[in-house]
Write a protein that binds this ligand. Structure first.
Ligand SMILES: [Zn+2]
Length: 243
């Protein structure tokens, strides 16, 4: 876990400049493209859905509910007197800053962000390394869960603890996904090797030979970056045959 923690942090630092790229707002970015990327990630469907709601600015912040005429508080539950809008919720609140810093990404927001959160998030999804995006999505979801506990159940979870829960949740899910991937792929996998999805937009061809009682069998499988099998063929030669 420790190695993974620092690896992700390092990766994040490498792409930090991308934050400042002018994405010109999420409205100009093909929403179908963003959703397509989200679906390819190794994350829980509910996490992908939550990210999508953020990008659609459909998170029911107190301000949003207030504007809809709902009788509710307007202030952030942690910052009395500050309106809970999406920007405050996601990265302006002191709790939010602590959470993001404690997250596997180790993000320190500046006080002079040049873009809104949705633009930053869209840029990350489209441009960042897949591992980093998955951590961002897991963090956003864990963040939203802690926020709901504060708003609707009055439970103020420590930001550091909320970040640790995210780490555990993301790693557990990825472990299960990797296990299933290994179990159901038609290719034999050694105990020390877990098959990884090819990079975005790429396909991977794997060839494997196996010797059984009926002779040699050669299997060829092509899988895309979502792990789906694009093509597979198997052929057996009877009798003795060189590999
Ligand atoms: Zn606040």
């Amino acid at each position: 876990m420790v190695d993974g923690f620092f690896m992700v942090k390092s990766a994040y630092r490498c792409i930090k400049d991308w934050q400042r790229r002018d994405m010109a707002g999420s409205s100009s970015v093909g929403s179908s493209l963003v959703w397509k990327y989200l679906r390819k990630l190794n994350i829980l469907p509910r996490q992908a859905h939550f990210i999508w709601r953020i990008l659609c600015k459909a998170i029911p912040t107190w301000q949003r509910l207030w504007n809809w005429g709902v009788a509710c508080p307007l202030w952030c539950p942690r910052c009395d007197g500050v309106v809970e809008c999406l920007e405050h919720l996601m990265w302006e609140c002191s709790w939010s800053r602590s959470f993001w810093f404690a997250s596997p990404l180790g993000i320190m927001w500046g006080s002079d962000n040049q873009e809104d959160f949705c633009t930053w998030l869209t840029g990350m999804i489209l441009e960042a390394l897949v591992d980093v995006v998955e951590w961002v999505c897991g963090s956003c979801y864990g963040f939203g869960r802690a926020r709901n506990l504060a708003c609707f159940e009055g439970k103020l979870v420590d930001a550091g603890i909320a970040a640790i829960v995210v780490v555990h949740e993301v790693q557990e899910y990825q472990k299960v996904r990797a296990s299933l991937q290994t179990r159901y792929t038609s290719l034999p996998t050694s105990a020390s090797t877990i098959w990884q999805f090819p990079p975005r937009g790429k396909a991977e061809l794997n060839v494997d030979d196996d010797q059984g009682s009926g002779g040699w069998t050669r299997g060829v499988v092509i899988q895309n970056d979502e792990g789906s099998v694009l093509a597979a063929v198997e052929r057996t030669w009877g009798g003795l045959c060189g590999g």
